[in-house]
Design a protein around this ligand. Structure first.
Ligand code: HEM
Length: 365
């Protein structure tokens, strides 16, 4: 028995050495061994990026499977979704994984954004990691927006129409982006073709490339340390190696995250509404997906004209200014003054509370 074990160990070592040398993994091994993760009472937030990543992996796998049966044509899209939901073995399961997965991915990316913000991970030297993250968040929302139209049911059709009308009014880019996405004056075959291409090719390629940069930077800078932790004497600071300690905990958290997804999928399988009729009036009380509800409600509150500016344009400008705050935060709060740090916290809390409040209001009204 002992001899057999020794033999197996030898074989494993041999294969390990072969892979390390042939794939030039030594640099990667060195990088993984070098990285240490700070241990403190806010360490929990270090798992949020990984959770977002595992949900993204689910989206890629289930998205490829859905492509086998989905037909991106206005006369066949809805029927292909009905077929996936009721005739293809486990089709409902794969589709629900993809739909619930999108919700959980956007939610975890948003929690990751705000937790990185409150940990002040945007400060030097992580500015580019932060900006890459902001673009990743926009890409996640773009995935949600383009995917929502694809089932071609009445809700998805009219919500997309509202979204595209708002996009067309955006300053600078709206005039170009609106017609470019729509592919004409109204939502048609051209729109579904464009949304499908963006959803299954342009967005995944862009997100994967940017994610590679994001992760490379995280790996080379190491995890940020909250001020209270960085200010404690070195002998009292605790770290754990990224590999294997943190990595194995990461995997455990991924299993938990996948369980949350499976429970939602099994208890609340994703439905499909009646087929879209572009010539019918919009259903009353139409609302976008939850992640656009805050912005939607905000725009609804603004009067048709604000001084000389059209209300919707004013609203979009106001929201762009809030976004700009996140973009320039590394310059405003660079760690040099406590006053600026306080300002950043107030800003972050105001945005989170505002978003939650407007989203709940939007959902209830
Ligand atoms: C597809 C979306 C995203 C994925 C898959 C992702 C993935 C990750 C991972 C795995 C980490 C390392 C572990 C962690 O700190 O959680 C990380 C770190 C980081 N992410 Fe993201 N991220 C995404 C979006 C974002 C967004 C939206 C932001 C904010 C604008 C952001 C900003 C950061 C920052 C600043 C760090 C460094 C954290 C630190 O050093 O404490 N990421 N990301």
């Amino acid at each position: 028995m002992a001899a057999e074990l020794q033999q197996e160990n030898k074989l494993a070592k041999l294969i390990g050495n072969f892979l390390v040398s042939r794939l030039s993994l030594a640099d990667l091994q060195h990088l993984a061994a070098k990285k240490k993760v700070p241990v403190h009472k806010h360490s929990l937030w270090y798992y949020m990026g990984g959770i977002t990543m595992i949900y993204f992996a689910v989206q890629v796998v289930t998205g490829i499977l859905l492509m086998v049966y989905y037909v991106p044509e206005i006369n066949a899209a809805h029927a292909s979704i009905l077929k996936i939901n009721s005739q293809i073995d486990f089709g409902w399961f794969i589709r629900s994984l993809h739909s619930w997965g999108s919700t959980l991915m956007i939610l975890s990316a948003a929690v990751h954004l705000f937790s990185s913000f409150f940990m002040r991970a945007y400060r030097q030297p992580r500015e580019i990691t932060w900006w890459a993250g902001l673009v990743l968040m926009i890409l996640c929302l773009a995935f949600g927006f383009t995917g929502y139209l694809l089932p071609w049911d009445d809700l998805s059709f009219f919500a997309t129409k509202v979204g595209l009308d708002i996009t067309a009014k955006a300053p600078l880019v709206g005039g170009l982006l609106g017609p470019l996405l729509k592919g004409g004056n109204m939502i048609s075959q051209a729109t579904i073709s464009r949304f499908f291409g963006i959803h299954v090719a342009i967005l995944p390629l862009t997100l994967i490339s940017l994610l590679a940069v994001h992760l490379m930077l995280v790996q080379s800078h190491g995890m940020s340390e909250p001020a209270a932790f960085a200010d404690t004497p070195p002998e009292k600071r605790r770290y754990e190696p990224f590999f294997p300690d943190f990595f194995f905990k990461d995997m455990l958290v991924w299993i938990l995250a996948l369980n949350v997804l499976f429970v939602l999928v099994v208890l609340f399988p994703w439905g499909v509404g009646p087929e879209a009729n572009p010539f019918a009036p919009a259903p009353i009380g139409i609302k976008p997906e939850w992640y656009f509800l805050g912005a939607f409600q905000f725009l609804k509150l603004i009067p048709p004209m604000v001084g000389p500016i059209e209300g919707e344009l004013f609203g979009i400008l106001a929201m762009s200014l809030v976004g700009l705050g996140f973009l320039i935060m590394p310059f405003i709060d660079n760690g040099s003054q406590r006053r600026r740090a306080l300002l950043a916290t107030i800003y972050g809390v105001a945005v989170v509370l505002g978003l939650i409040f407007l989203s709940i209001w939007g959902a209830l009204s």
